[in-house]
Design a protein around this ligand. Structure first.
Ligand code: HEM
Length: 410
């Protein structure tokens, strides 16, 4: 039995997941926090679990105390007013809130945002190219700022306040690596800021997502101010670190697979964007940002993958393991940007399927295509063994991604 949650595991969890899929596909484990949970690693079981209504997202169904200790992976979510967000509730509340937010956050809103994402990406690349050093840390310089500025713009956070958001968000993803109490303080500042912004937008609505959330109504029902604040917070939180890691893990996988990267670079040079679209989906399957789906709790005794699970038990679906299941994907450990029939679980499945997938695709595709186009000589500046992965339970991503690039193409 391989050891889980060690430093080696964080660097490359895939061999351990292969072992679990084969020998203990629904596996009871003790998490580093001390909480016991079931890990689900096979694709078929994972897909079933993600859509199983007997698995609740409401922490009140947990027989143990994971949530009393705030171990859900979302810093500060013990604060009651931010608790009623989509990832913590079941139907019918979930259905109502999701319908309301979907009216404001549509694929069209995202499509209209494409030129701004391109402009942001170019500005971020200009900033480090202009230093003339020929090096960058792609996490710090592109992957981290792009999603935070993008979501701030979408929500309607004025530009002059966006650097504050960048600082608070930076503190939140350090996972305790910053000053003591820093995460809690940042969440509090963000929460207060959002509450005030919502208040202001109610008085003076604009064309932004927060105004849309306030306006959205369903059969005459509106979001309350608390619900709108919780929604803005979850959009920010769910859409931020995930996208950082899509860009970081994605570029890293391309740098480690030069034939695939050259193929994509050639396609982009010829104006063919189909490989970019299938490629970003494949990067999500191959080494996606969300290693484990968020917490679920059995509301009644049930059997999953032949394993009995008691009512109240927490269940964690390991998306990273399911997406490498050889029963579902041919040569699952190979990166194939042109892969067809790629129904990966990187965005989840069922009623909690990622609401921000169109935005994530837009940002991921824009960042990766622009980096490859403008910096054709991009290469890792350190040995892969020298890279460090963040240690969080839910997310998978690099701390830094130092690169060198030769000359830039305009
Ligand atoms: C590459 C980037 C992203 C990935 C891999 C990703 C992945 C996921 C996954 C796996 C879930 C389901 C979790 C579960 O069932 O436990 C989810 C839900 C969600 N995501 Fe994303 N996400 C990404 C980007 C975004 C963005 C950009 C936004 C919004 C701005 C967003 C907003 C949400 C929301 C609101 C939910 C909850 C939906 C619900 O419960 O109904 N995500 N995401």
């Amino acid at each position: 039995m391989p050891e889980l949650f060690t430093w080696e595991f964080a660097t490359d969890p895939y061999p351990a997941y292969a072992w679990l899929r084969e020998h203990s596909p629904v596996h009871r484990t003790v998490l580093p926090s001390g909480v016991e949970a079931w890990l689900v690693t096979r694709y078929a079981d994972a897909r079933q679990a993600l859509a199983d209504q007997r698995l609740s997202k409401d922490p009140a169904h947990h027989a143990g105390s994971a949530h009393a200790k705030g171990k859900t992976g979302i810093p500060g979510e013990r604060k009651a007013e931010l608790m009623t967000h989509l990832l913590n509730i079941d139907p019918p509340d979930h259905t109502r809130l999701r319908r309301l937010v979907s009216k404001a956050f549509t694929p069209r809103t995202v499509a209209e945002f494409a030129p701004r994402v391109q402009e942001l990406t170019d500005q971020l690349i200009d900033a480090f190219v202009e230093k003339g050093e020929g090096t960058a840390d792609l996490i710090h310089d592109v992957a981290f700022p792009l999603p935070i500025y993008a979501i701030c713009d979408l929500l309607g956070v004025p530009r002059e306040d966006q650097d504050d958001f960048r600082d608070w968000a930076g503190m939140m993803i350090r996972h305790g690596g910053g000053p003591r109490g820093g995460v809690a303080r940042s969440v509090k500042k963000m929460r207060n800021y959002l509450a005030e912004l919502i208040h202001r937008k109610r008085e003076e609505p604009g064309e932004d997502l927060i105004s849309g959330l306030i306006r959205a109504s369903d059969h005459g029902e509106h979001l309350t101010e608390n619900e709108a604040a919780a929604m803005a917070f979850i959009l920010l939180f769910a859409g931020f670190e995930t996208t950082v890691n899509l860009i970081g893990n994605g570029v890293y996988a391309l740098l480690r697979n030069p034939e695939q990267r050259e193929r994509l670079q050639r396609a982009l040079a010829e104006g063919d964007t189909e490989l970019l679209a299938t490629g970003v989906e494949e990067l999500l399957r191959y080494d996606g940002p969300v290693e484990l789906a968020t917490w679920r709790y059995a509301t009644e005794p049930l059997t999953l993958g032949g394993q009995d699970i008691a009512a109240g038990d927490p269940v964690l679906v390991v998306l990273a393991a399911a997406d490498r299941d050889p029963e579902r994907f041919t040569e699952p450990d190979t990166l194939d940007l042109a892969r067809r029939d790629n129904q990966h679980l990187g965005y989840g499945h069922g009623i909690h399927y990622c609401l921000g997938a169109p935005l994530a695709r837009l940002e991921g595709q824009t960042a990766i295509a622009t980096l490859l186009r403008r910096l054709p000589g991009l290469r890792l500046a350190v040995e892969p063994d020298d890279l460090r992965w963040r240690g969080g339970l839910i997310m998978r991503g690099l701390r830094t991604l130092p690169v060198e690039f030769g000359t830039e193409k305009k």
